[in-house]
Design a protein around this ligand. Sequence first.
Ligand code: ZN
Length: 244
Amino acid sequence: MKINSYYSPNFDQNKRTANSIKIIVIHYTGMQSERESLLRLSNPQSKVSSHYLINQSGKIYRMVPDHMTAWHAGKSCWGGYKNINKNSIGIELVNKGHKFGYTSFKKRQLLSLINICKKLIKKYKIKSKNVVGHSDVAPQRKIDPGEKFPWSKLAKKNIGIWHCQKLNSLKRLRKVKIDKTKDKKKFVKYLKKIGYCFSPTNKTFYVKTLKAFQRHYRKGLINGVLDKECLVIAQNLQKSINNP
Ligand SMILES: [Zn+2]
């Protein structure tokens, strides 16, 4: 796998240990062009970066070395980790995003992503459930890589997790009402086990986290309303996770 260098100065000065790397965060660049993205992610004034950027033809750039903390996730939380830049590797995929014309991710781009993820997962022993999207770790602010990102395909390669329910039978549960107290409690418990973070008092926080879950696992309807389909998916996902 060929990796090209494109230096970004936007990282913490202190080196981190390989052991501190636990999470892979996938992003889209959300900008008009590849060039614009590379410039922004390497501009000292922007104060943002990522470890890798993959263009639409599958070319991979390394912008920050793995052992340095790149500034890609911002205020974020996943599993037991808060402000996860120091515990994660950030990978940007060139895509105009929702603002400038969101398109499907390209085949060669995804192939490169799969290759690099496999390498990183092996090297740092990253758990499947810890390969996530920016929207999963920062649901209040972010929606990337978005609903066009093929999580189920990646899960087949053991990158990230997916449920084992059939889409047709799930669809019958869409918009089916659930018990607002009991089932909601269960749902939050499942999501916490998957890794999502919750604020117990903030209702907007809950709705946005639910939307992030839907964007990842139930792309057909992202409405921020809990229904039976979401509940069944979450239950199935948490079962597949072996927590210590
Ligand atoms: Zn992002």
